[in-house]
Design a protein around this ligand. Sequence first.
Ligand code: CDP
Ligand code: CDP
Length: 229
Amino acid sequence: MRKIIITIDGYSSCGKSTVAKQLARKLDYVYIDSGAMYRAITLYFLQNRIDWTSTPAVVEALKNIHLEFVPNTHTGTADMFLNDENVEHLIREMLVAEKVSEVAAVKEVREFAVAQQVKMGVRKGIVMDGRDIGTVVFPHAELKIFMTADITIRVQRRFKELYAKNPNITIDEVKQNLELRDYIDANREISPLRKAEDAIILDNSHLTMEDQLALVMQWVEDAIMAHSS
Ligand code: CDP
Ligand code: CDP
């Protein structure tokens, strides 16, 4: 069957990576979590005390950053490696979440990440999730999905994930972080989070994982049909 590019953009913690992984598994496509790249860059900046408000400092630091997605046979997805170190767990921590949207708003950071993301799509057969994938990275993607879910549901979902690793985390902390990131992501100057004109909206507030997969698989089949002539 003809391979296509599927983009999934949307707000924080609405289930983008869950749908993306479901699709990649079902279709035998590559799944790329573009947010992991911004998180890894943020981790490097924090660890090395890089001032991301200084363009020369950012340009110099980016020269020392090597990002790689390494398949993990245990999880069936890929782990983010930063300069040959597996940082998959570190990049999900609150310290990174608190700063990632500031770092991701920096022009040079976006150019660095987007250039690598574009290359990953040359052979198609890819599902990539993020904030600007349908608008900037793959504006000609065959299927674009824009995801959303109620903020209270998104907060509960992310809280559950983080609490399992850190019982000191509070609901308020998670809510504030999601709201702040959504605000910065949607209002930044470069590639703000917005729905591509040709994206289909998926509100999964009240959908089970099975329901959402069935719905999205229908869109995939339609997109493949529409682009196979
Ligand atoms: O998983 P979650 O929705 O919490 O976020 P993520 O996908 O890991 O992305 C973390 C942050 O990276 C976002 O809040 C954005 O600031 C940034 N990001 C971006 O600017 N562009 C992308 N394509 C992906 C993520
Ligand atoms: O990638 P993004 O930040 O948009 O969200 P995610 O990491 O895929 O999903 C956040 C959490 O919501 C995960 O723990 C999922 O298991 C959960 N989820 C859910 O409970 N119901 C859905 N329909 C989709 C996701």
